[in-house]
Design a protein around this ligand. Structure first.
Ligand code: PGA
Length: 252
């Protein structure tokens, strides 16, 4: 049985005092999530991780939005898994489409980060998803398949199910133009079938696959009632505590 997961991606939002205020208000939310066997977390900016991690109620997952694939060295502006773990941060989002678009991150680069996180016993949340053009050209499946194959290169069978995948069609992110529940379920099911091809049925049955892209309190339930969707990666609707709380209460 896969545990449901709700992850808020704060992107470049919230100062550290704002992050502190938010996580301090999450006590009841985390308690409710725990009672219903749902994992819940937020991904603040690097600068707010320390503060968020320190003030978060026990059980609230604090995730980074990125990480470097090496431990230390001359890489200006980068952060390593060791630095995250020193703050008690055990998760990192990898390959978000905004990083792929604005920072030229490739699936090969994501693969190095995924392997580094797994070797540090951290959890990678690996994002994939196609552009509007790729979608309109009917090329979503081959495109996403390539991202999955490259992202999981040399990831062992033992480690594969520790990765969380998020399918986020780029045309639905921050646009309010969310993919229908049918499209989301179709692609998430397809991703699960690729994992089965790469590994086996057991890994495919255990790996968690989220949907992301304009998920709001009023539509989260339809996504999460689909058999292959195990949760949501939420941007805009995770920024206000009321809406974050509603995302959870609407799937109970
Ligand atoms: P959105 O962002 O919910 O604001 O569309 C989702 C994401 O980019 O993870």
């Amino acid at each position: 049985m896969r545990r449901k997961l709700l992850m808020g991606n704060w992107k470049m939002n919230k100062t550290s005092p704002e992050a502190k205020e938010f996580v301090e208000a999450c006590g009841d939310i985390v308690k409710t999530a725990k009672e219903h066997n749902i994992d819940i977390g937020v991904a603040p900016t690097y600068l707010s991780l320390c503060c968020a991690s320190k003030h978060a109620p026990e059980g609230l997952i604090i995730s980074s939005q990125n990480v470097h694939h090496l431990s230390s060295g001359a890489y200006t502006g980068e952060v390593s898994t060791e630095m995250l773990q020193a703050l008690n941060v055990q998760w990192a989002i990898i390959g978000h489409s905004e990083r792929r678009t604005y920072n030229n991150e490739t699936s090969e680069a994501c693969n190095l980060k995924i392997k580094k996180l797994l070797s540090a016993k951290m959890t990678p949340l690996y994002c994939c998803g196609e552009s509007l053009k790729t979608y309109e050209d009917g090329q979503t499946k081959p495109f996403v398949k390539d991202q999955i194959i490259k992202g999981f290169k040399d990831v062992s069978k033992e480690d594969a199910a520790k990765v969380v995948i998020a399918y986020e069609p780029i045309w639905s992110i921050g646009t309010g133009k969310n993919a229908s529940k049918e499209i989301a379920e179709d692609i998430c099911g397809y991703i699960r079938s690729i994992i089965k091809e790469l590994y086996d049925q057991n890994v495919a049955d255990n790996i968690r696959i989220l949907y992301g892209g304009s998920v709001k309190p009023n539509n989260i339930k339809e996504y999460l009632s689909s058999p292959n969707i195990d949760g949501a990666l939420v941007g805009g609707a995770s920024l206000k505590i009321e809406s974050y709380k509603e995302l959870l209460t609407n799937i109970l």
